[in-house]
Write a protein that binds this ligand. Structure first.
Ligand SMILES: [Mg+2]
Length: 211
């Protein structure tokens, strides 16, 4: 999702701007002081703790009197999809059943799927955190396949993290592609693509960017 369909700036906005601002206002301190404090608290819990991914957890932790639904709703307009996303989903959804596989929680996934109504292209949504896994590890992909009632070889996966979107799914026999949007090389690596249009061309042949 992030870095593949949606630009990752939204997450930074919520975690590094909105939360510190709320904290600074509530505790009547300077925003820079709040930012430093909040970053330190994030690090104390750390990304290997499931609570780290939960906005509601942090709102409670910092005693901010607001619910995650309100925050996500207020900033929904800041979600931004990459320019190749809509034409790609339109084209691929004609020949494939599309599924979201994300390490984010369902709340963050939901707000992003509402952008440009891209939700309508996806048959299912799988959130690693929501099934108690921190990363998209092997067990995540195996759970996804068994839930879809398919063999790993029947799944094609694309994502922008070299390890968790490419190496790990390949380990269990999934056909995986590494999306490297920042690459300036012609071909980033074996099974590497620079855009979703490149990916569509691989899968469908012809011009992926015709839509
Ligand atoms: Mg990603």
């Amino acid at each position: 999702m992030d870095g593949t369909l949606v630009k990752p700036e939204f997450n930074d906005l919520i975690w590094r701007e909105v939360i510190p601002e709320l904290y600074a206002r509530k505790n009547e301190i300077e925003i820079e002081e709040a930012k430093g404090f909040i970053e330190g608290e994030y690090d104390k819990i750390g990304e290997y703790d499931l609570r780290w991914y939960s906005l509601d957890f942090w709102l409670g932790y910092f005693r901010l009197n607001v619910r995650e639904k309100e925050i996500l709703g207020e900033y929904a307009g800041k979600v931004s999809v990459y320019p190749d996303v809509l034409s790609t989903l339109e084209k691929l959804s004609k020949n494939y059943q599309l599924v979201i596989a994300s390490c984010m929680g369902n709340d963050f996934i939901g707000i992003k799927l509402r952008k440009r109504n891209i939700k309508k292209y996806f048959k299912r949504v799988f959130s690693a955190v929501s099934i108690g896994l921190i990363k998209k590890e092997e067990s995540f992909y195996l759970a996804l396949c068994s839930s879809l009632n398919i063999k790993p070889g029947e799944l094609i996966h694309i994502g922008d993290h070299y390890e968790f979107d490419y190496l790990v799914p390949r380990q269990v026999g999934i056909r995986a592609f590494y999306l490297d949007r920042n690459s300036d090389k012609q071909k980033v690596s074996l099974d590497g693509v620079r855009s979703l249009h490149d990916f569509t061309r691989y899968l469908c042949g012809g011009e992926g960017n015709s839509g």
